[in-house]
Design a protein around this ligand. Sequence first.
Ligand code: PLP
Length: 408
Amino acid sequence: MSSPFPVEKIRADFPILKGNNRGKPLAYLDNAASSQKPKCVIDSLSNFYENTNSNVHRGTYELAEKAENEYTQARSLIANWFSVNPEELVFVRGTTEALNLVANSFGQSILNQGDSIILTEMEHHANIVPWQLTAERTGARILTTPVLPDGSLDLDVLYSHLQEPRSKILSLCHVSNTLGTTNPLPSIIKEAKEHGVKVVIDGAQSAPHYRIDLRSLDCDFFAFSGHKTFGPMGIGILYGKSEHLHNMAPWQGGGDMIEEVSFDGSSFAPPPQRFEAGTPNVADAIGLAEAFRYLSEIDLPSASLHEGLLLENARAGLQSIEGFIEHGTTSDKAAVLSFSIDGIHPHDLATLLDGEGIATRTGHHCCQPLMKKLGVEATARASFAMYNTMDESERLVSAVRKAVSVLR
Ligand code: PLP
């Protein structure tokens, strides 16, 4: 199997990929956990600290102005990528913080005793626990949507939850980090709107692979992490429709999120500043914008096809191993391959793969309810990005075969 995607050209942009793992050429197949960074993103960070570093918002000197301008431009560039207004993007630490913000501020303001929050069995803990905490505080309850044997959502159950009069919020992932399932958001969001249910999307696994037009997707909130989208660690985005952000109470208080403070009370800045208390992560926001500038030069649909071929190749090779089970087999799944092999513990498998230079991940992938549904404690997971090669996909297959022969 070969791929027409110019992968070697892309790889040249990622310095770490030239390195080794346990003395063998690194095959980095843990992209669902965190992606690698192109040189331009790394350079943008050192460039900020070498030439621009100063605090934003209150400076009256040239350097502070420069930092402020770059920070503002970063927000505009990312907003442009997602076809929304800069004021609708809140800089946060990542998907986890974004979802906590929505659950705490928006969730608490619209949920009452007996209302429902709809989740799905394929959610990451970051899209479960914040809602459980909010449910405890408000008296709301959580309705779950089952996952079917192929890894797709049971849409009949989801749609019946949406029809319940007390359903207020649906929060679900765009792409599952474990199954690779891509949920049919346009029809789900349309159905939710017909019943007045607000939709929160965990875009942690879709933002790195697709260009998403949030205006036409028409969800109420969308969250993702920079470190999975070829950007820096410690930065992410919460998109919220302007009408919601304006009506939401602050989540954290402090400097930069206020209009006026007195001991009689405080008034708050408009969004997004209202949700960005304290000194923001300026360097990483600029680095994240650089990641999207880099992505704008890449043909993402071709990159996705390329990733799909790597997945297909790995799956075809692994299927011939006795006892191989793939978790999530929907036809349009993202390039995430979670699997079990009868009689072999995924941690033992990953340790042997590591010795072959191959970085994969094992565990519950922060999806314990899904593991329970699948009837396993953990799975092995290889997740591909646009810079992975067919050779790496082949190496995965050979290394798993070799490991199985050692472990059985
Ligand atoms: N949601 C999904 C689907 C994820 O895959 C992850 C990370 O693996 C998260 C949320 C949490 O992301 P972060 O740890 O960057 O906040």
